[in-house]
Write a protein that binds this ligand. Structure first.
Ligand code: MN
Length: 242
């Protein structure tokens, strides 16, 4: 186990979150999930640079929120886009966990002009009136590799996220936040579910979205986040052992 002063179980939960997100098709070789250190809000835990499905407890590294750099000077190679996590934690004291991914059904909503990822089913009310869209060209010109490679770009992404729970990233993917690791995983999965639902529904005709009030009322579903977490964790653990 890495030498990290956090509650027992936090590192294990982060390992499970990595495996769940892979098993649910939210991350592939790319994408990452982090959690704020519950004993030091100025630090967060994130795997070293590797595919989420292969993360073990030994691969979890502690980072500083202020800099986005590892606490340990001899830490292994980090994710290039760790500044997504550090700058959102810096801007949003309420955020406890961050998922960044390129999940396939969500991407079109950050590519097609005018497309909105508005919530269409009761599990997805956290999408509110549809996530804001981060356009990297507004901050770094039209010749980037679209990656959040610096603190400055991370801060720009956090500003676009604002008080929302999801931010779409044009031509890239999305980032999802919550006040717990389980809820961040839930929202990442159901952002993809809502996107898939819209891709299936839009060709059939006019979509009836949730009203803002219906979207708000859906938060009661999030109180049951342990149910999907326990199911998905069991599935992911079984798949690891198979
Ligand atoms: Mn990315």
């Amino acid at each position: 186990m890495p030498d990290i002063d956090a509650s027992p179980g936090l590192v294990e939960d982060l390992v499970d979150a990595n495996h769940i997100l892979f098993h649910q098709g939210i991350v592939d070789a790319f994408g990452h999930v982090s959690v704020r250190n519950d004993r030091d809000p100025g630090r967060f835990l994130l795997a070293r640079n590797m595919a989420p499905a292969q993360v073990t407890a030994a691969d979890v590294v502690e980072y500083e929120v202020a800099s986005g750099e590892a606490v340990a000077p001899d830490a292994p190679r980090p994710y290039l886009e760790r500044f997504i996590h550090s700058e959102i934690y810096r801007a949003r004291p309420d955020v406890v966990a961050v998922v960044h991914n390129h999940s396939p059904a969500v991407l079109p909503f950050g590519i097609v002009k005018g497309a909105r990822l508005r919530p269409a089913c009761h599990m997805c009310g956290f999408l509110g009136e549809g996530p804001p869209l981060f356009e990297i060209r507004d901050h770094a010109g039209d010749a980037t590799d679209l990656l959040i490679r610096s603190r400055e770009l991370g801060a720009a992404l956090a500003r676009t996220l604002g008080a929302a729970r999801v931010v779409l990233m044009r031509g890239h993917g999305c980032t999802v936040v919550a006040d717990s690791l389980r809820l961040a995983v839930y929202r990442a999965v159901y952002t993809e579910v809502n996107a898939r639902l819209l891709l299936q529904s839009l060709p059939l005709g006019e979509v009836e979205y949730l009203t803002p009030e219906e979207a708000d009322a859906g938060h009661t579903t999030e109180g049951q986040v342990d149910r999907p977490w326990n199911l998905w964790r069991a599935q992911a653990r079984a798949a690891r052992q198979a």
